[in-house]
Design a protein around this ligand. Structure first.
Ligand SMILES: C[S@@+](CC[C@H](N)C(=O)[O-])C[C@H]1O[C@@H](n2cnc3c(N)ncnc32)[C@H](O)[C@@H]1O
Length: 379
């Protein structure tokens, strides 16, 4: 398969450009990509207002939000509570008056000592006592509010400042606790609300619809032939598992929610492995698999079949994906997934390399080059 190059789109495959964008930046997501990547793909695909776009791994809703701004209807699924929540909050329609009134009322409430009953020792360690008191006090007040979008908006602001006022330090895939002076939560909560309301005022949206839900990309609750395009990015094979760095947010704000993620890390049972490997080898001919990649590609094969099922004839599919880096070499996910797409009956139009980097063993010994690529397919 021929691989083209577009290094000028490399940074757009990261969340970094979103940090400057109102609403897009309400929740930083390590695994996210940028609005401009979505806009570029839309242009490349010649998409039009009124089209329906699916993001089966929607993360914090970048595709969905870009669709809403561009007049395209969108549908998004994810398994992680903070991701689904952030996607919903960012794509909601708000009445500014209601947000302002609710924020004022909340900040005027007289403090009462909240119940720390369900907080685990780990989360207790991540805050000083006053901060945790304020977080729980505001959280419980917000949870009692009736208006759904207002409640979600205030919760988003609170999550944002909760993490800014914590001792938690997200270092790669792990949370480290580092005690240091933190700002008073109440003060920066007020500032955050003001800043987010300002974002709502200046954000140019359309009345395009957006549906977000918990859902597994391997089995989506969608009708056959119902979407015009897919713009997405699945988990990458053997990439650091970042889901644990949201465990404080999960415990304080989303306990008990969530579904099973795709197996980019979890193994597969011994007996099923040979069977799955044989199936994958038939599709990809020469590819060599280890246990981890068998689990991953078996899952992704299910996802690709689902994409074929829910796409209309002629629908365009964009997948941003990185290759797998292992101590014994690189697994070319971009090529393998494209072979799977062809096997499933989709047409592979292009594979475009966005960036590349060394894959190393023990951090120093180079074992190959991994690409991050944009895969363009069509049904
Ligand atoms: C690379 S991230 C996508 C980021 C997104 N493009 C953004 O900009 O925010 C992959 C996402 O897939 C989600 N995920 C993992 N397994 C899934 C599954 N089986 N079904 C749906 N989503 C899943 C993860 O929670 C994660 O949010």
């Amino acid at each position: 398969m021929i691989i083209k190059e577009k290094p000028e789109w490399g940074e757009l495959a990261t969340f970094v450009p979103n940090k400057r964008l109102p609403v897009y930046n309400w929740f930083y997501y390590k695994e996210g990509y940028s609005r401009d990547m979505v806009l570029n793909v839309m242009k490349k695909f010649g998409m039009e207002k009124g089209d329906t776009v699916l993001d089966p791994f929607c993360g914090v809703g970048t595709t969905l939000l870009a669709c809403k701004q561009s007049g395209m209807n969108s549908i998004g699924f994810d398994v992680q509570p903070p991701a689904v929540f952030a996607s919903i909050v960012k794509t909601n329609d708000y009445e500014v008056d209601k947000l302002e009134a609710a924020s004022k009322e909340l900040l005027e409430e007289k403090f009462q000592k909240p119940d720390w009953g369900t907080v685990t020792p780990f989360v207790k360690k991540a805050f000083n006592g006053h901060t945790l008191d304020d977080v729980l006090f505001f959280r419980d007040l917000i949870m009692r509010m009736d208006d759904g979008p207002v409640r979600d908006f205030l919760t988003m602001a609170l999550i944002n400042v909760t993490m800014k006022c914590s001792y938690a330090w997200k270092d790669g895939a792990v949370i480290k606790i580092r005690k240091h002076p933190v700002p008073p939560l109440r003060k920066i909560f007020k500032r955050q609300l003001k800043y987010m309301i300002k974002d709502v005022k200046k954000f140019k949206s359309t009345d395009a619809s957006c549906e977000v839900d918990f859902g597994d990309a391997r089995k989506m609750k969608l009708k056959d032939d119902s979407v015009d395009a897919v713009i997405t990015s699945p988990p990458y094979l053997n990439k650091i598992e970042y889901s644990k760095i949201y465990s404080i947010e999960e415990e304080l704000f989303f306990s008990g929610m969530g579904l099973t993620p795709l197996r980019s890390h979890i193994g597969i049972s011994e007996s099923k492995m040979l069977e799955e490997e044989e199936k994958l080898r038939k599709i990809t001919e020469d590819a060599v698999f280890n246990a981890q990649s068998i689990a991953y590609f078996s899952d992704m094969l299910k996802v690709i079949s689902e994409l074929k099922r829910v796409c209309k004839d002629g629908a365009k599919i964009a997948i941003i994906v990185g290759n797998g880096c292992f101590p014994d070499g690189v697994v070319d996910s971009d090529v393998i997934l494209s072979k799977m797409a062809e096997h499933t009956g989709l047409t592979v139009k292009e594979i475009i390399m966005l960036s590349k980097r060394w894959c190393t063993r023990h951090r120093v010994e180079k074992v190959g080059v991994t690409r991050e690529s944009l895969l363009c397919w069509e049904k």
